[in-house]
Structure formats: structure tokens, C-alpha cells
Design a protein around this ligand. Sequence first.
Ligand SMILES: *Cc1c(COP(=O)(O)O)cnc(C)c1O
Length: 394
Amino acid sequence: MTDRLDWIQKELDGLKEAGLYNRIRTLSSPQGAWLVVDGKRVLNFCSNNYLGMANNPRLVAAAKQALDTYGVGPGAVRTIAGTMDLHLELERRLAAFKGVEAAITFQSGFTANLAAIAALVTKDDIIFSDELNHASIIDGCRLSGAPTIRFAHANPADLERVIVEHQGTYRRALCITDGVFSMDGDIAPLDKIYEITSKHGIMLMVDDAHGEGVMGKGGRGIVDHFHLHGKVDIEVGTLSKAFGVVGGLVAGKAVIVDWLRQRGRPFLFSSAVTPPDVAATIAAVDLLEESTELVDRLWSNARYFKDEMKRLGFDTGQSVTPITPVMLGEAPLAQQFSRELFEEGVFAMPLGFPTVPRGKARIRVMISAVHAQADLDQALEKFAKVGRKLGVIA
Ligand SMILES: *Cc1c(COP(=O)(O)O)cnc(C)c1O
């Protein structure tokens, strides 16, 4: 007799045999340069907490105050009774920070992509999407029902080729690219992409999840980095990486934000972000507007770590951002390297196929502003030790 759920255990066993089963480590400390992971105190190079905001005292204090004033939950979706004055204040502050007409927030960057893409195009339209775009963009494209044409990664010439190839077959077109690509730390050639999309009258959307709070002046994002204000139509961002809290946003022209308030399904049918989250995010915007100190420290830490790793003989790939891949080749080597680092008190993630192409397995080092010089030096020493032991460097 077979149970109708037996297939699930078989699938799970298959994942384990293939080495693809996700074993999830557990933290029992706040986010920061150091973590307690599975009971062990380790140096943290895994988080997207670029600026250390996740445990910043100013954000914690703002969240506590909001708890006392507004309670713990929003009580409804934004369009019924879930919009508090705090939500509107955050949206005004984000719009001002990013230098756009308006902004709208969502529960996450993931839902921001689902909301925006499905509201902008339908089956009569078309999407041109970078082949390495994030999973939430891929899901948003599917949800929209619009045919999705992939173009070669970060390749404006190939974008133009597919646009020309499909001319006359669609009503409206939307081009979507990640701003920063999280596996390699490279960035989209947004200026060149804009030249092409504007020439062909195509809407342009960038998902700047890893660029928000990192790229541009004082962390204003990749559009600011390329001086493309008012040219990129839709900027999607997350409040859960450099901003240190949780949530997503869309920034752009007022008419787009107005449309998403009417047609962004996660905005209409899923509850609002909680008051403490919103208040903490407003405090994050305060910090970014007051000073570029955290963003500057993030970049100087990243430059130092990358330069020293290269000097040790490691291949750090094509990264132009604080995301530092350490290229190792085969997945088992990356896994072994990561395990040995963890034994030495350094927590850094191995990435292998299918997250990255076969033969391009790596360890991804996420640098933050709250790593002290001594933390970086300790990590470099451990990378050198494990690298020599495993024959990666001489
Ligand atoms: C992390 C990420 C997201 C999802 O953001 P969340 O706020 O965690 O849902 C979306 N897009 C890209 C490119 C990302 O890196």
C-alpha cells in the first residue's frame, strides 16, 4: 500500500543523495560581524546586512517606540484598514531619499517584484529579461502571463537583438534587469540598457535589492550611480538587505505608484508590514541621510578585503561591489572549504550548481560596514590557512 504523500519522502531522499538538500543553520544571536551559529561563535560573512542596520541601536529604539504607540500588528491589508500614518511617512521618506516622485512599500522585495511586473504587463505584452535575473523577477514574469524573452547577461547588444526580433508582435514591452547580480557582484550596464529601451519606447525596470543602501551617493542605489534619475521607470528595492529590516519598495513616477496602489496584488490582498518594522526602516533612512559614514566604511572594508585576497592568490572574479566571490571551481571543493572555514570560526557560504554554473563553484563573502579591521584580518588569515591546506593557493 502506498500513501499518497510517499512521493515527497522519495524526492527529499533524492535531494540528499545528490547533495542538494538544504541544511539550514540556526542563529542564536543578533545579526552582526559575529554570530552564534549552531552554538558556535563565528565571524559572519553570509548576511546581506551590509550596513549593520539589523541590530543598529537607533533602529531598535525606533521599533520599540512604535510598539508602544502602534502595537505589534497592522490588522489589515493596506487598502482596507492597514495603512497607518507611519507607512505613508516611510513612503515619503524613501521617495525623497531616492530622488523620485513617489514610492510604495510591500511586505518584501519578492512581493514588490510580483506586484510591479504583473501590474505593468499582461499576455498581450512582452518582457525582455536578463538571463541571470533573480527568482522573484522570474516568478513575477510568469504571473503576468506576458511572453518572457531572455537576453544574454548584462549584454545591451543582445537586448537590442531580441527587441528587433520581436518588433510588431506586442502591445507594450518591459525590460527588467537586476541592478547588482548577487552571485558575481557585477552590475547591469544600466546606462547602455537605457539608451536601447528609450530608443525603442520600452518601459525599464531595475531590481536594485543588492544596490539599495550600497551603490550610488550615500547608498541611493544604482540609478543614482549611473545618474539616470527620471529615466529608469521602475526601481524595485528591498528593505531587508542594507536597510536591515524587512520589506520591499517600488520607486518612480507618481503615476506608477498610484497604479500599484490600485493593481499591485500583494498590496491589495496581503497584510501591511508591522509598525515596528516601518519605524525601524524610517530610522534607517534617517541614518543614511545624516551621514555616508556607514556606506563609506562598507566600501573601504570591501576594497581592503578584495585587494588582500588577490594578494594571497585567490581569484575573486568580476565583482565591482562588496559581494566577493572566491572562485574555487568544483562544488565539493567549495563545500569542503566552507566546512574548514567554519571549523576555524569563519562562516561563509559555498555556492554550487544550480545556483551558479557548473565548474564555477565558489564561496561568497559578504562584507559589511560593521566588520572591524581585526575581523577582516582574522578572516584573511583563515582563508590563507585553509587555501594552502586545500591547495587553492601556494
Ligand atoms: C534578495 C532579493 C530579492 C528579495 O528581497 P526580499 O526583501 O528578501 O524579499 C529580490 N530581488 C533581488 C535581486 C534580491 O537579491
